[in-house]
Ligand binder design. Sequence first.
Ligand SMILES: Nc1ncnc2c1ncn2[C@@H]1O[C@H](COP(=O)(O)OP(=O)(O)OP(=O)(O)O)[C@@H](O)[C@H]1O
Length: 265
Amino acid sequence: MLNIEHLTHTYGTGAKAHLALKDITFAVEPGELVSIVGPSGCGKTTLLRTMAGLMRPTGGDLTFLGNEITSVPEGLAMVFQDYRGSLFPWLSVESNVRFPLKRLGLSKADLDARVSESLVAVGLTGFEDRFPFQLSGGMQQRVAIARALAYRPKILLMDEPFASVDAQTREDLEDLVLSVKKKFNMTILFVTHDIDESVYLADRVVVLSKPPTFVVTTLDIPLSDNRDQIETKEDPEFIRLRGEVARLIRHPKSDDVTIPVADVA
Ligand SMILES: Nc1ncnc2c1ncn2[C@@H]1O[C@H](COP(=O)(O)OP(=O)(O)OP(=O)(O)O)[C@@H](O)[C@H]1O
């Protein structure tokens, strides 16, 4: 569905050039949840923005459903980290979810059905008439997820969506992502710097190095589909996998890509 091949990105030019992404290759298959995990500043947001067509990379190939990504592709929705900036504060919850659907030319009955189905999926029935300032951070992020779901994207990109909420809310929202993935058979690319989160949610984890950034490895996550915040995280396989990801971020194997010795320490 999404193919990224030898993507590179350099910010600036000349003496001020900064190689943010050195060599990124991976693919996302339909119905998968792939998480991308890496240290702060490794270029996760840069990568997601190029995939969303919000900026052009300086090198490499990016395709979505076989087409080169040159602008925001149809069939792609994104949920950002900063829920405060992503909802329209003057619109109610229902109108926020309805807003991006206007351009799809659906009948009123279809629009109503999509909005209400999405609000049910994120557990916000009864809050339709509230405004964002009347909701907690976690609830605002649920509205952002409902808005993305109502659009019925082929792929949902999520950029550290739960980084600004408390730990308990974060766990609830992680389980919400797993439930909507199942319910809508959604393909999701989830960016996080949280190792536990990357393993808990994913079918596969793409591990990024420190900058200049490359894909250290892609790990399959062979955990049961029915994940549980307590039982899964106590599972010895989960503990092994989170340890493996942590080790790979700290000590990437340098056989594939030459990186400065100082960066491997
Ligand atoms: N517009 C820009 N101009 C120049 N450098 C930039 C720009 N945007 C990002 N960078 C640099 O590129 C690198 C990657 O930034 P990016 O925000 O993509 O990383 P990140 O992994 O998402 O970071 P974090 O985990 O802290 O959110 C950083 O060194 C950052 O300073």
